[in-house]
Design a protein around this ligand. Sequence first.
Ligand code: 8YV
Length: 317
Amino acid sequence: MKKILVTRNLLPENEERVKKLFDAKLNKADNILSAEELINQSKDCDGILCIGGNKFDKAIIDQLSSSVKIIANYAVGYNNVDVDAAKQKGIVVTNTPEVLTDATADISILLLLGASRRAYEGRKHAETQSWNWSTNFLMGKQMSNKKLGILGMGRIGRAVAQRARGFGMEIHYHNRSKLSPDLELGATYHDNIKSLFSQSDFLSINCPATAETTNLLNEETINFLPDKAVVANAARGDIIDDAAMIKAMKSGKIFALGLDVYNGEPKINEEYLQLDNLFLLPHLGSSTKRTRIDMGDRAIDNLETFFSGKTPLDKVN
Ligand code: 8YV
């Protein structure tokens, strides 16, 4: 039986399965293992099932035991793993796409709505039980008949588009390449950021975190957006330059921001926390029972396929 280090608790359904198929080394403390712990605890293992919060940079990968042949990431994003360093060492890396598309797209819409309709301020006023209704009380921005820019039109971006059409929004997007008409479904393609941003009354960030997308929203590009734009990020914190965004939120250039992901999470830039025009969640994108079970199954499927001598469905390197 192959031995697998499982770095965090899985849901019981997944844990049962991983224990049946493998000699599973569980982390009952369910904490984030340090670099040293990841290296030491996987010494006698054939593979690792980890989460997005486990960082496998080149230094760690180089120190992993040569017995480790696969890192199965329990996440669609895999910016936590240096996939090139893994490849050099002969380690296969897999992710869990598709199964979390709907859950994450739902959260993107929640962020757009929560930010544009001032849900955070609303909650604070409701808690007083003595708010003063008036015709201009906590007026938000309406999504219908507005243009939604989607940065990253992969599975999640397209699921956001599908939902936003139901809100009466006009869809614009930027992607590495233009989609075929059956995937585009009438959305307008922009081959550069400036063109997309200048049309985006609302902007939803749904692209992967890569060297090219780091700080893609910065002082210069935020200014391409129309005044009083609403931005939502359900992808990765690295895509926003926080200092530039905070400045734009304070000046009113950005009407409101919705965030589920952060640079250095779970830490959040303190200045964000002083702002009322921020609607924030603690990285809940994939957090529904159905989705989390499916993510676990997908990661376990990848391990099973790999150890049966075949190429796992979700190999990324
Ligand atoms: C995870 C995610 O909750 O899949 C992703 O990329 O960000 C989330 O679904 C997180 O990465 C833990 O693995």
